[in-house]
Ligand binder design. Structure first.
Ligand SMILES: Nc1ncnc2c1ncn2[C@@H]1O[C@H](COP(=O)(O)OP(=O)(O)O)[C@@H](O)[C@H]1O
Ligand SMILES: [Mg+2]
Length: 365
């Protein structure tokens, strides 16, 4: 699947711009603040319906307007084309149309456009707290199969409801839980453990599949073999969540929150036997973050049988020359969009170069 054309209307700093992307590598050149990351964000939005920068929906709509549009022509592997139009409202519900037909639910779009983004912010996957690595795992799962989006939402909902109940129990403050609360908690525990066991299994499987790919990607980029380990081994998975919730109930009630479960998991990443988060150099962390993304991209390509669009946002600002050359000299097969403020090294073969300035395409190329 490729995005052959991307049109932005009142999206971020674009009032109206239309990009013809090649099926190979498109390089988008522009100085800082001209709209490179905004373009990456628009592509990724079609895949996830969120901003990879974590920006709220109204930030995506151009200032001074109340609606933005991302319009994309997508060419599927079988040659079919679809026209996707996402209308983003500063206030009110967004709408999505595919081939001029309005989707019942905006989330029905998931799975139509697949995009892998690597951006400078991804350093946080390695450097940030456990929530960042959970997000990495879960976003990768959603790329592999959209059902994980629904599972993740459902799990968040269950944890919220369970926490509300635990707060009630905490307030009740008795040594013995009131029976009605206890019975309701049992019901939530059953629901929670069923979905959590399934999700924990999915995360564990994902991690075991990508671990060797992360290792390979890292070695390729860094040019040296540094042993990298990914470990996802939450304690609750030994017994299943049901037993762990029962064991933690006293604690949960006392604190008024769910203290165990997938929402508290950690994915440990070590390099040379040391925790990447606290011990790796900034350069190692960046390379590791990129290796994680590339591994997720490769797994998605293999599993789906077709490469997602790979968007490398400002990657040259992130990597030293050797690593940039290693990356750009051997890009994975499939459509690639690279944004950069400086010309690419000659090793990178650009099939098309688009120059942008202040949210417009500079004519000439
Ligand atoms: N909603 C918006 N409306 C208008 N301009 C915006 C909006 N959001 C961001 N911008 C502008 O977009 C520019 C940043 O674009 P960005 O794509 O991040 O730049 P870069 O090319 O450095 O990646 C900034 O000048 C910012 O003011
Ligand atoms: Mg940028």
């Amino acid at each position: 699947m490729i995005v052959s054309r991307l049109e932005l209307i009142d999206f971020r700093n674009y009032s109206e711009a239309s990009f013809d992307l090649t099926e190979g590598t498109t390089v988008v050149l522009g100085d800082n603040g001209q709209g490179k990351t905004n373009l990456a964000e628009a592509l990724a939005y079609l895949a996830t319906l969120t901003s990879f920068r974590g920006a709220p929906g109204d930030a995506l709509v151009r200032v001074g307007t109340d609606q933005g549009i991302i319009r994309a022509t997508v060419r599927h592997d079988d040659g079919r084309e679809s026209l996707i139009e996402a209308e983003l409202r500063a206030v009110g519900r967004n709408r999505v149309q595919v081939n001029r037909q309005k989707l019942q639910r905006v989330r029905d779009l998931l799975g139509t456009v697949r995009v892998t983004v690597f951006s400078p912010d991804d350093l946080i996957i390695v450097k940030g707290g456990p929530g960042e690595r959970r997000r990495f795992m879960d976003d990768t799962l959603v790329t592999l199969a959209t059902k994980y989006d629904a599972i993740r939402l459902e799990m968040d909902r269950i944890v919220k409801q369970r926490n509300t109940l635990l707060k009630q129990a905490q307030k009740a403050g008795h040594r013995e839980l009131p029976t009605d609360i206890e019975v309701t908690l049992d019901v939530w525990d059953a629901k929670f453990s069923e979905i959590a066991d399934q999700f924990g299994y999915a995360r564990a499987t994902l991690v075991s599949r990508i671990a060797p790919m992360v290792q390979e990607a890292y070695e390729h980029l860094a040019g040296v073999a540094s042993p990298i380990e990914l470990r996802y081994e939450p304690e609750w998975r030994r017994t299943g969540l049901k037993a762990a919730l029962t064991a933690a109930r006293g604690d949960d009630v006392r604190r008024g929150v769910s203290t165990v479960g997938p929402h508290r998991d950690e994915l440990d990443v070590t390099i040379n036997g040391l925790p990447g988060r606290t011990h790796a150099s900034q350069g190692e962390q960046r390379t590791l973050a990129l290796a994680l993304r590339l591994a997720g991209h490769r797994l998605a390509t293999e599993r789906i049988g077709s490469a997602p669009v790979l968007v490398l946002d400002d990657v040259l600002s992130e990597l030293d020359d050797g690593r940039a050359r290693a990356l750009l000299g051997h890009l994975p097969d499939g459509q690639v969009v690279i944004t950069t403020a400086s010309e690419l090294p000659p090793a990178a073969r650009a099939d098309r170069i688009i120059r942008i300035a202040a949210g417009t395409i500079v004519p000439g190329d």
